[in-house]
Design a protein around this ligand. Sequence first.
Ligand code: NCD
Ligand code: ZN
Ligand code: ZN
Length: 338
Amino acid sequence: MSIILHAPLDMHLHLRDEKMLANIAPLSSHTFSGGLVMPNLVPPVCSREEIIAYKERILKAIGTDRFTPYMTLFFKPTYDRSFLESVKDEVTALKLYPAGITTNSEGGVSGFDIEELRPALEAMSDLEIPLCIHGETNGFVMDREAQFVPIYEKLASAFPKLKIIMEHITTKASVEALDRFKNLYATITVHHLIITLDDVAGGMLRPHLFCKPIAKRPEDKEALLKVALEGHPKVMFGSDSAPHPQHAKESCGCAAGVFTAPIALQLLAELFEKEGASVEKLQAFVSDNAQNIYGITPSSKRIVLERTPFKVPDMYHDVVPMYAGEEIAYSLKEVLYA
Ligand code: NCD
Ligand code: ZN
Ligand code: ZN
């Protein structure tokens, strides 16, 4: 049995830089038609020149694969209208990080004073540039995302024409916020549809499942699954595939991030089948919804997945993937450009 996905999109992707970029970008560009590339490099991508140069490095890394890197800029409240106008054509979205909340986010936003954010967010709203947010407070780790929901709501009502994407949501609270505001959207990872905190820390500690936001409770996972499986039009797939070298994960002080890029579509196919959801819903989740939300038209690519077991490699270069060394139900059969 096989299934075909058209122009899959990964709307939250970390491609890193230099050697890591060269190693891992092809693992996304092979099977996806495009991806929203996160700007949290060291230093973060903050200028027009940096976006253009980073995009060129990405295109070099993916070689002849048909893949569009949809670029993002690291949000700063100091950006003014003329600067935003000058970057508009180079970016698909801006990415807002609360300061210090996750990997390489030190230069992000502290405090969410609407008046301080107003000039930049009003300009983005007028210019129709979406805002992606890593929505966590610095509160207790299990409550950080739910505590951020009122901030999402404050922003969504203060800037009703601004498209706000709640990135990598992990809680029922975020799912419920989706339908309260017309301009709130969300990405969901594949790992958060599969694991809970129990898988990360309930038995032996699993560093390769440790990420921000941390996986939550079963009822949160169920709420995420529901909207993903029904192909909810405001929800898109974003892997948050976030590679770190093995030494940074298997260490005292484990870096946050789960690496799923090469197996994400296979895992989604398995999950949707197990849960009895149709291929049409999967297609909506992995591409169509993102096309509608972002107004993008990815280049054509058909991914043929086959229901034959695939043994996930122990490593991709120096990165350990989710399910390393284990068998998953679907494998990649073919990538067609026609
Ligand atoms: C991401 C990374 O490593 O860049 N890590 C993660 O745990 N998700 C950053 C992020 O998306 O928050
Ligand atoms: Zn994040
Ligand atoms: Zn991320």
